[in-house]
Design a protein around this ligand. Structure first.
Ligand SMILES: *[C@@H]1O[C@H](CO)[C@@H](O)[C@H](O)[C@H]1NC(C)=O
Ligand SMILES: *[C@@H]1O[C@H](CO)[C@@H](O)[C@H](O)[C@H]1NC(C)=O
Ligand SMILES: *[C@@H]1O[C@H](CO)[C@@H](O)[C@H](O)[C@H]1NC(C)=O
Ligand SMILES: *[C@@H]1O[C@H](CO)[C@@H](O)[C@H](O)[C@H]1NC(C)=O
Ligand SMILES: *[C@@H]1O[C@H](CO)[C@@H](O)[C@H](O)[C@H]1NC(C)=O
Ligand SMILES: *[C@H]1O[C@@H](CO)[C@H](O)[C@@H](O)[C@@H]1NC(C)=O
Length: 584
């Protein structure tokens, strides 16, 4: 039945892609009239995270303008100060010395001028010479056409001596810096961080023309008068609106140090271009080259352009943004993780949305994809530790990891096996699934309960005592008809909770690994209602939101398991109870 439906969906996919109109509402968020201003009386603590970024209450979404300034990391995000659903958006602002413990400041930008009267939407920071930060953001000047008439503005701090940058001004002169002329006035948003090359500042703005997603490039000598480059920087038919474009240089393969954004176009050859695709609500990137002369981006042919390609996260991550940390010379990725609960549940909780743990990103030694890893500062929250070495798991075994707080834990494990001969056959019909969903669809068919050959093996996160509820995160190895191996990683929320109303997908992604050493590693950051998992050192990352009824707080358990015929050895496991971060 399940499989049958998937095949019908796969067949439908062969028809030309038809994009649905977005039903009138704000392109990115459903609008619930009245609700955005329902104030929260009492915030429900159950499901609140203990070490992921979130405000004391209410709704957050896109990360905005992450940067470092005079000893502090600054983080801004889209925030509804009045309620737990999208609306009344302002720029929340927090500062930190480690990106883990945060101090809440007053909002940096709120609608106050004719050029942002109906909203201060997403944007980015650029550090101008002389250590002068400037924010570029989208202002909404009219409610129509829906989701609003969009322009680009700038804001600057009023006091550069204040390391908290508590006050920002939006000068009347020169704002808006960009008015749509040929661009679609209601699909024109999310200015990127700017870079400087050959005497010009350059930046990108996301847009669309019919079903063609577009990143327009603009250039300026003085940062206030901008003109559009002749061609789009990059575009692609059939992909719909491009939100939050991000573009940055990469160091050589395997080198963890990041590069300053302003060095774009200088001495290196590889770049990342990322967009958040409104139609699918995932973030996609390609690795490619920057043609400085023609002001265009060309994805390499080893990465797939067109959104069947690479994602930062195969679960809930959207509207991400990177910045260069000049202190530790690394590029850091911030991503928004929305709730999987219903709007009614969010209103009852009094909050919605978290930001994922900031991740360091760098180019994999293969040059074919990025690697991502939680910033090392997170490790300062590690407390009570549990270690396991060389423990065998036969088919059907599951072993509890005791002595840690399983609802609030960082677990890092490597699994080994002695042979690939028992790997299940990869069903060639699966390649008929829509390409961007193949891994997810296979995870849907082959869950942890479908016994296999090499795998499924992994962890059971947020498990209730008698396994009425659990969220398995696991690997499964397939052998293809041409005798190569495919490694699938799944994070399956289907059995996470008895609650029927929530969004409980089984997310999946393939892991590009050669298996020569017959070893696979998994690190999961488990935090009450989020399971953020890094497969094989950050090659494949999947985040799930889950809301167990039984496996809460002290009643949550953590297991390792194997449901394949090949014996799996837990070579090493480290699990740390996590302390609570100082959070806003
Ligand atoms: C929220 O506001 C709506 C419309 O103003 C009202 O009908 C509803 O009862 C409110 N809900 C809650 C949970 O307060
Ligand atoms: C600017 O910030 C510095 C450092 O916080 C502070 O001492 C000074 O009073 C501020 N100046 C103004 C005009 O607010
Ligand atoms: C312009 O954007 C709006 C809002 O997303 C969309 O409905 C419309 O189809 C777009 N028009 C074109 C020509 O792309
Ligand atoms: C990909 O690009 C490389 C370098 O430009 C080229 O040598 C190779 O033939 C291309 N491969 C395909 C499949 O187009
Ligand atoms: C392993 O497979 C068996 C048989 O399908 C199933 O009953 C059991 O729940 C599975 N274990 C896990 C951890 O899913
Ligand atoms: C997060 O929520 C789920 C369930 O409502 C939706 O299916 C996703 O589209 C949504 N993701 C984003 C980025 O809004």
């Amino acid at each position: 039945m399940e499989i049958c439906c998937k095949f019908i969906r796969a067949l439908l996919c062969y028809l030309p892609i038809i994009f649905t109109t977005l039903g009138g509402a704000m392109a990115s968020h459903k609008v619930y009239p009245g609700y955005p201003s329902n104030s929260t009386v009492k915030v429900k603590q159950v499901y609140r995270t203990s070490y992921h970024f979130q405000p004391k209450k209410h709704w957050i979404n896109d990360p905005n303008a992450p940067m470092y300034y005079k000893g502090y990391y600054h983080f801004f995000c889209q925030y509804n100060p009045k309620g737990a659903v999208w609306g009344n958006i302002v720029w929340a602002h927090s500062v930190s010395t480690d990106m883990i413990n945060w101090k809440w400041l007053k909002p940096a930008l709120t609608p106050s001028k004719w050029f942002d009267k109906y909203g201060c939407w997403s944007g980015s920071a650029t550090i101008l010479p002389g250590d002068k930060p400037v924010i570029l953001y989208t202002g909404v000047i009219k409610e129509n056409p829906e989701p609003g008439y969009q322009v680009q503005n700038y804001a600057i701090p009023t006091n550069y001596s204040d390391p908290y940058l508590q006050n920002w001004v939006k000068p009347n002169i020169n704002n808006p810096i960009l008015n749509p002329t040929q661009e679609n006035v209601s699909s024109f948003r999310d200015p990127s961080t700017a870079w400087f090359i050959n005497g010009y500042w350059k930046m990108l703005v996301g847009s669309r023309h019919n079903d063609r997603g577009i990143a327009y490039m603009y250039k300026s000598k003085d940062f206030v008068k901008w003109t559009r480059a002749k061609h789009p920087f990059h575009d692609k038919p059939g992909t719909g609106m491009w939100e939050c474009p991000d573009f940055y240089p990469l160091s050589s393969p395997g080198v963890r140090n990041g590069l300053e954004t302003y060095t774009l176009g200088k001495d290196h050859t590889k770049y990342v271009f990322k967009v958040s695709l409104d139609e699918t609500r995932y973030d996609y990137y390609t690795i490619g080259e920057y043609d400085v002369v023609n002001e265009r981006y060309h994805p390499d042919n080893i990465t797939v352009d067109g959104w069947a390609g690479l994602r930062y996260d195969y679960g809930n991550l959207y509207a991400s943004k990177t910045f260069f940390d000049p202190v530790k010379k690394r590029r850091i990725l911030w991503g928004w993780c929305n709730e999987s609960s219903t709007t009614e549940e969010d209103i009852a909780k009094g909050w919605a949305g978290i930001e994922l743990i900031p991740r360091m990103v760098w180019l994999d030694p293969s040059g074919k994809q990025l690697l991502q890893w939680p910033i090392h500062e997170l490790e300062t929250l590690r407390g009570q530790k549990k270690n396991i070495r060389n423990m065998k798991l036969n088919k059907g075994d599951s072993m509890e990891i005791k002595g840690i707080t399983a609802a609030q834990v960082d677990v890092d494990v490597s699994f080994t096996f002695s042979s690939l001969s028992k790997a299940e056959a990869y069903d060639r019909n699966w390649d008929k699934f829509p390409r961007e969903d193949v891994a997810k669809d296979i995870c849907g068919i082959k869950g942890a309960t479908a016994q296999g050959g090499v795998g499924p093996f992994g962890i059971l996160a947020l498990a209730s005592k008698n396994l009425e509820e659990y969220t398995p995160v696991f690997f499964r190895v397939f052998k293809t008809h041409v005798k190569t191996y495919k490694v699938l990683m799944c994070s399956d929320a289907t059995l996470s909770s008895k609650n029927m109303n929530e969004y409980k997908p089984s997310f999946g992604g393939f892991v590009d690994v050669d298996l020569a050493d017959k070893r696979l590693s998994l690190r999961s950051l488990i935090d009450h209602s989020v399971v953020e998992s890094f497969g094989e050192g950050g090659k494949t990352v999947i985040t799930s939101r889950v809301y167990p009824k039984l496996a809460v707080a002290g009643d949550a358990h953590l297991h390792v398991f194997n449901n394949g015929t090949e014996t799996i050895v837990v070579e090493k496991l480290h699990a740390w109870s996590m302390k609570r971060a100082l959070m806003n």
